[in-house]
Design a protein around this ligand. Sequence first.
Ligand code: SF4
Length: 238
Amino acid sequence: MAIETDGSSGRRRRPGGLTPGQARRESAKARRQRTEEILARLRREYPKAHTALDHRNAFQLLVATILSAQCTDKRVNEVTPALFRRFPTPRELAAANLTELEELVRTTGFFRNKARALLGLGQALMAEHGGKVPADMEQLRRLPGVGRKTANVVLGSAFGQNVGVVVDTHVQRLARRLGLTTETDPEKIERDLMALVPQPDWTVWSHLLIAHGRQVCQARRPLCASCVVADLCPSAES
Ligand code: SF4
């Protein structure tokens, strides 16, 4: 079999699997079946996949997810124990001193914006939601610092609701490499994935892609030779 090359990088494609041309031409039904097979294999590979952000409730997960923008989960997990000790509920957060809050979240980057968002979040939760995190996409999105991705994280991992698919940098990269989308905009990628992945699996799907992206399908050097879905991936390299 002729070995195709990736036009942009010149890397050698792994022979025997799905070619980019086949992936482009596959029917919606075939792509859904391929997606379900990818899901099944990744489930076996990462049976404990879950959010890497330490939290005990929806409020803590919401705060940690806001802090995780442009920051590693590891760094966020270093910061949140002291933050949650000092501000255990929206009530304490709503009354926070902004300078103290900035100091506590400084190492997560963009700390002034994040501290302001957290203060606003505490105040909005107290003023509009009785100090509780709403389990509703539209209400979540109206909170300071909360976009669709953050709302999806909280709805999926704190409330067990599959309202959307979390599209972070790993999910974006893997969805494109796996030929499940050609989009670059996260909301369009999410729409493509929602059409392919069964709804009950939307939350776990993101956890699995993130785990695979961290351990195998890394940004700079995907470890295709060790990948359990290589034969289903049009980007597999030899
Ligand atoms: S590691 Fe390689 S084969 Fe596996 S999903 Fe990533 S690009 Fe595809």
